[in-house]
Design a protein around this ligand. Structure first.
Ligand code: ADP
Length: 252
């Protein structure tokens, strides 16, 4: 059985906007998938449905063999610890240090009181340092996050997500605020996390060239519908369909 199954999912917001319309696809563990489409296509709504930040209006999402739609309380918390989120604007606590932000990734595994008191085990701290080192941030461990560059902040975001021990990473425009060099570093990290740790990555992207370079598979979304789902040979005509306009591949 696939790790993640999106089954005929639609999402209508309370103001009537239909953001997703009858979306279906399956994802295998360890796959690296880019989701491309222009702004407003529904990419972010899709990721938010997968980790239950928002609820689907129709259809179902099955993760590790379990329907996510009706999960509540402890079971919903367990689902969320298995799914790491990476955001365009990092969502760090800027006045806290790198290590403190990374340890925040452990909070889903703790009782409220342990979390409030900042009680982390030696093992958790050791693991956090290891992840920070893997992401090349060992010199910044005790720096406040507001002193970091955008690329470094995003690496903290990735480290925090990994501290959860996730099975799946949902990355919502992870490089949209970064320069080309930092973008390459972030995408390289995501790719190696997927391949070496066998963690599935679903990455929302604007840049077709980046999607082509890194992905095992590309899913194109236009007006809330899947208009492309394949692993290679995406051509200009398809790109035009996805973006609904005439964009040359080379210009992206
Ligand atoms: P993308 O990530 O591809 O830019 P989104 O999922 O953010 O697309 O948005 C898809 C559609 O849903 C857009 O028309 C957007 O305006 C709308 N939308 C997104 N979030 C909300 C919300 N909370 N309430 C109402 N409409 C929303």
């Amino acid at each position: 059985m696939s790790q993640l199954m999106i089954k005929q999912v639609s999402k209508k917001y309370s103001n009537g906007t239909l953001a997703l319309s009858d979306i279906s696809f399956e994802v295998e563990q360890g796959e690296f998938i880019s989701i491309i489409g222009r702004s407003g296509a529904g990419k972010s709504s899709l990721l938010r449905c997968i980790n239950r930040m928002i609820d689907v209006s129709q259809g179902d999402i099955i993760f590790n063999g379990q329907s996510t739609s009706h999960l509540k309380g402890k079971n919903l918390r367990i689902l969320r610890t298995q799914i790491g989120m990476i955001f365009q604007h990092y969502n760090l606590v800027e006045r806290l240090s790198v290590i403190e932000n990374v340890l925040h990734g452990r909070l889903g595994h703790k009782s409220t009181i342990e979390g409030l008191m900042g009680l982390f085990t030696k093992e958790e701290k050791k693991q956090a340092f290891k992840i920070i080192e893997m992401l090349g941030l060992e010199k910044q461990v005790y720096n406040r996050c507001d002193q970091l560059s955008g690329g470094q902040k995003q690496r903290v975001g990735i480290a925090r997500a990994l501290a959860q021990n996730p099975k799946l990473l949902l990355c919502d425009e992870p490089i949209a605020s970064l320069d080309p060099n930092s973008s390459t570093i972030i995408m390289d990290h995501l790719k190696s996390i997927s391949k070496e740790m066998n963690i599935t990555c679903l990455v929302n992207l604007h840049q077709v060239q980046v999607a082509l370079k890194y992905s095992d598979r590309i899913i194109g979304i236009h007006s809330g519908k899947v208009v492309y789902d394949d692993n290679k040979d995406i051509d200009t005509e398809k790109i035009n369909e996805i973006y609904g306009s005439h964009i040359e591949l080379d210009n992206r």
